[in-house]
Write a protein that binds this ligand. Structure first.
Ligand code: SAM
Ligand code: DTB
Ligand code: SF4
Length: 327
């Protein structure tokens, strides 16, 4: 790498904090590196912090689908535009059946998602029972329930919750063009509550919504500058859902998606980077490049929340071809 590229790519360190502070400019510099240089750097960082051939697998279940009050422009579950049928909160028994099936297929974490702006206290009675039951199967637990009120994160922690997923979704400069019913600051507030309750943070975003490269860099800088960075970072490629304002968004250049994974890996070396939504539309070769760029986790199972995901058999075959093992 040239000296200039190294300088551009360097984190701007603040003398006050020991954690490096990443600037959008520094991350844009990484995005602009020749593809081979970027991949080399990402793979180098990846190997210093992780087993290069191990990929963790989480299975998702929508425990409360559709009818959400929020207007997130990508989401099929928004009451404003989404086409997902509104359903009631699942029973604990149904969740246990799905979790057992996920474990039998090889998942190590079970993530339960609800189409809420945030849970009511009475909703948490059932969700905490779900967490306890899934944990009793020997799976790690994760939930994504929207924004939390005071005391709710503590209840989830007490139930045995390992991870809370709550994404920043996009750059602060672009956020208002995609979501109007809540602000990104409100999401930071929930992330603080989660961390303070001692729950691990799963936080990432979506690319391919019409944002610029600089805005992708800005999202990743926000994530990397969290102190500490999220334990797990889902990078979703927009799945254009019928009826949503983003259903006709122009697809992202696949190499730009790989670059996004690589920049996440370089700037959040210790985090698990999850190749998340959008895999069903990706070729095996593109997914292999994402693993080379430092992705070491996937959503596993034929459904995300409402959208499709590759069949477990296709993933097994891909893992075998690439010599990847389950983490
Ligand atoms: N309602 C909660 C919330 O918004 O935090 C939890 C569920 S929400 C569906 C979880 C995440 O899924 C969103 O933050 C977004 O990152 C991702 N997501 C939703 N629809 C998507 C789509 N069409 N393509 C890619 N990612 C999507
Ligand atoms: C995340 O970052 N991606 C997952 C999970 N966290 C909850 C959800 C992806 C949803 C894709 C669209 C759908 O299934 O409706
Ligand atoms: Fe609701 Fe979450 Fe979908 Fe936004 S992303 S509309 S908050 S379910």
């Amino acid at each position: 790498m040239t000296a200039t590229a190294t300088a551009t790519a360097q984190a701007a360190s603040s003398p006050a904090a020991s954690a490096p502070r990443w600037t959008t400019e520094a991350l844009t510099g990484l995005f602009e590196l020749p593809f081979n240089d970027l991949m080399y750097r990402a793979q180098h960082v990846h190997r210093q912090h992780h087993d290069a051939n191990a990929v963790q697998r989480s299975t998702l279940l929508s425990i409360k689908t559709g009818g959400c009050s929020e207007d997130c422009g990508y989401c099929s579950q928004s009451a404003h535009h989404g086409e997902a049928r509104r359903e009631a909160l699942l029973d604990v028994g149904d969740v246990v059946v799905a979790a057992r099936a996920a474990k039998d297929k090889g998942a190590t974490r079970f993530c339960m998602g609800a189409a809420w702006r945030g849970p009511k206290d009475k909703d948490l009675d059932r969700v905490t029972a779900m967490i306890g039951a899934v944990k009793a199967l020997g799976l790690e637990t994760c939930v994504t329930l929207g924004m939390l009120k005071d005391g709710q994160a503590e209840r989830l922690k007490q139930a045995g919750l390992d991870y809370y997923n709550h994404n920043l979704d996009t750059a602060p400069e672009f956020y208002g063009q995609v979501i109007k019913t809540h602000s990104q600051d409100e999401r930071f507030d929930t992330l603080d509550k989660v961390r303070e309750a001692g729950i691990k943070v799963c936080c990432g975003g979506i690319v391919g919504m019409g944002e610029t490269r600089r805005q992708r860099a800005s999202l990743l800088a926000e994530l990397a500058n969290m102190n500490p960075p999220p334990d797990s970072v889902p990078i979703n490629e927009l799945v254009p859902m019928p009826g949503t304002p983003l259903e006709n968004a122009a697809p992202l250049d696949p190499f730009e998606f790989v670059r996004t994974i690589a920049v996440a890996r370089i700037t959040m070396p210790g985090s698990m980077v999850r190749l998340s939504a959008g895999r069903q539309q990706m070729s095996d070769e593109l997914q292999a490049l994402c693993f080379l760029a430092g992705a070491n986790s996937i959503f596993y199972g034929d459904k995300l929340l409402t959208a499709g995901n590759p069949e477990a058999d296709r993933d097994e075959a891909l893992f075998a071809r690439l010599g990847l093992c389950a983490a």
